[in-house]
Ligand binder design. Structure first.
Ligand SMILES: Cc1cc2nc3c(=O)[nH]c(=O)nc-3n(C[C@H](O)[C@H](O)[C@H](O)COP(=O)(O)OP(=O)(O)OC[C@H]3O[C@@H](n4cnc5c(N)ncnc54)[C@H](O)[C@@H]3O)c2cc1C
Length: 611
């Protein structure tokens, strides 16, 4: 058994920042990650980091844009924390040596981004995430922080009190990809989940194959609610054949969208008469799909993004990476022809419910980064607001887990205070109920007297589960199950959603759960067994997909990225509230809590969101 004060699961931007912060507080901290840190998906971020750095800008304007972009579903204390702390955290990256692009006068450059009232997106060419990840990795190495890389975390070791709010997390269980061993990690102070996105619930996504929502699913099954899962961001400019992202930086620099008729449709058809291509992402994605659905798409599938008029020099200076992506993944030379683009799954606004200090309702369990929902993005994330979230909330979670005294959180977690129970209308049974298996084990173990004994109990159980999977000789392979779910999600729980499609997705997920009972792993090897690991990930995808779909079915309004055919209006009188799903002995339970629109100095009154 390994033992540390703080264990961070995940080594992307959020995990690295959390580990550095915990180390700053004097904690013995270790990172456990299924990928080497610099292979984390943060490295794929292209466009930039929003930070109000200039005199003519302010954190208050950034917070206003964020609340408006969220369609008034972000919690103001979290959004304001993000905007207030982002400038100093961004400057800290610069002091650590991050190679930001610069203006002639030497200041860090800033570009316009969708939904921003000021050009406040700092960047490093079109490879901001790569620079950020490497800069923080250097800091990690400098501090000698221990990294267990290529260790796949499969379980959280959590006590089994009836109410999640009474439970404690004492550590994790992980599978060593190199040796095939299952081991326990006892965390004396706390565990921080920083496992990133969940794009693999869809088959057309900008996310890496590793983004399977593991942390969200593990925390959910341990008793932490999943919040606002229905809010999935579909990025308007992904390459049609692969889902590879073409950064919003292209439109930020002046790139233009055209339909098959050569019309600049964002203006021509009045989708966003002021901001045009730089309206927020949900608006542009719907516009593109409407063009395709109304017969003005190219090959009935995509539209064109043209940057040729920016000129070779500017493109090479600021967007060179985009040229390589378009050439390598679509065979298109962006200097001489427009690039084909269509919307693709990109980001999860929802996730593990946390407060603005990164804490969940389970003692000793924290989350930060894309897997977490402190509720900064609400119904729609603004481009350039995820990277600051990693450094701002990663740091806070790290400090808190290491025992630093924090200001009291204004956001509550778990079923406390003012919440509302709700009914789920599903055509099929949900969760693992009725499927057999010891589902309650995910909620915790009972008999242990110490934290490390509890972790050991989970290790023993997990060893048995993995042995059983490897011993089984026939059945269905995970890839078939995963593909069914991904296709159904892309078909039914996409940019445009309607009731029957959502119900169909629930039926498909149920069928996939039943098939999963018969899953088997064909590869029996003990080292680098990706078949086994992906089988474990597929179980997580099932819970994630169900969570997204249930949230989407419950929310009968149109807000942010969540569009419902039957409900074409934002319904503030009923829906200024978050959806939460709790795992109740293997069955999802739906409830709501109100959104907090009161900020430090003002209340963000919901307005019509036009660009
Ligand atoms: C293509 C692309 C471009 C983007 N561009 C921008 C941008 O310009 N600006 C912006 O603000 N946002 C951008 N985003 C969003 C932003 O990059 C991500 O939200 C953010 O980088 C996620 O960081 P993270 O630290 O939460 O997760 P990640 O960087 O994905 O790291 C997750 C870590 O968790 C580990 N992990 C996962 N599961 C397990 C497990 N079971 N066991 C152990 N370890 C595990 C992984 O190994 C990895 O180290 C972009 C996103 C994409 C996909």
């Amino acid at each position: 058994m390994y033992e540390h004060d703080v264990i961070v699961v995940g080594a992307g931007g959020a995990g690295l920042r959390a580990a550095i912060a915990a180390h700053e507080e004097g904690a013995d901290v270790a990172i456990v990650s299924k990928l080497h840190p610099v292979r984390s998906h943060t490295g794929a971020a292209e466009g930039g980091i929003n930070a109000a750095l200039r005199e003519a800008d302010s954190w208050e304007d950034h917070a206003y844009d964020t609340m408006k972009g969220s369609d008034y579903l972000a919690d103001a204390p979290a959004a304001e924390t993000l905007c207030k702390d982002s400038p100093k955290e961004t400057i800290k990256l610069e002091h650590w040596g991050m190679a930001f692009s610069r203006d002639e006068d030497g200041r860090v450059s800033q570009r316009p981004f969708g939904g921003l009232s000021f050009p406040r997106t700092t960047y490093a060419g079109a490879e901001t995430g790569h620079q950020l990840l490497h800069t923080m990795y250097e800091q990690l190495v400098k501090r000698g922080i221990k990294v267990y890389d290529e260790w796949h975390v499969t379980q959280l070791a959590v006590t089994n009190e009836e109410k999640p709010e009474d439970r404690t997390c004492h550590g994790i269980v992980a599978y060593d990809v190199q040796s095939g061993k299952v081991e326990g990690f006892h965390a004396r102070n706390g565990v921080i989940i920083a496992t990133g996105g969940l794009g693999q619930a869809y088959d057309h996504t900008t996310n890496a194959v590793s983004n399977t929502g593991d942390g969200v699913a593990m925390a959910y099954r341990a008793g932490v609610p999943m919040e606002d899962m229905e809010f999935i961001q579909f990025h308007p400019t992904t390459l049609p054949s692969t889902g590879v992202l073409i950064s919003e930086g292209v439109r930020g620099e002046g790139g233009i969208l055209y339909n098959e008729e050569g019309e600049r449709f964002m203006f021509e058809y009045g989708y966003a008469n002021n901001a045009g291509e730089l309206a927020s992402r949900d608006v542009v994605s719907r516009a593109e799909l409407t063009e395709v659905n109304e017969g003005r798409g190219i090959e009935d599938e995509y539209v064109h993004l043209d940057m040729r008029h920016l000129g070779t020099e500017r493109i090479l200076d600021r967007l060179e990476n985009i040229l390589h992506l378009a050439e390598d993944f679509e065979g298109v030379d962006g200097l001489v022809e427009p690039m084909p683009v269509k919307p693709g799954q990109h980001y999860a606004m929802g996730g593990i419910e946390t407060d603005e200090n990164g804490e969940t309702c389970i003692t000793g369990l924290y989350a930060a980064g894309e897997c977490a929902c402190a509720s900064v993005h609400g119904g729609n994330r603004l481009g350039g607001n995820a990277l600051p979230e990693l450094i701002v909330f990663g740091k806070r979670a790290g400090h808190h887990a290491a025992g630093k005294e924090m200001d009291d959180a204004k956001i509550t977690t778990g079923k406390v205070g003012d919440y509302e129970e709700a009914e789920i209308e599903s055509p099929v049974p949900l969760g693992e109920s009725g499927l057999g298996g010891d589902v309650a084990a995910d909620g915790g173990a009972a008999a242990a007297t110490t934290g490390s004994e509890l972790v050991q109990q989970f290790v023993d159980e997990e060893r048995e589960t993995i042995e059983a999977l490897l011993e089984k000789d026939e059945g269905i392979q995970h890839a078939e199950i995963r593909e069914r779910v991904q296709k159904s999600m892309t078909q039914n729980v996409n940019v445009f959603r309607e009731e029957e499609g959502l119900k169909q997705a629930l039926r498909d997920i149920r069928e996939a759960r039943e098939l999963y009972l018969d899953v088997f792993v064909a590869d029996k090897s003990r080292t680098f067994n990706t078949d086994l690991l992906q089988t474990l990930e597929t179980r997580n995808i099932l819970d994630i997909a169900e969570g997204i779909t249930l949230g989407a079915l419950a929310r009968n309004e149109f807000r942010g990225a969540h569009w419902r055919k039957e409900y074409q209006e934002r319904r503030d009188e009923e829906w200024l509230k978050h959806t939460l799903l709790s795992w109740n002995d293997g069955e999802p339970e739906l409830w709501y809590k109100p959104v907090i629109l009161e900020g430090e100095n003002k209340t963000y009154e919901p307005k019509v969101r036009s660009y």
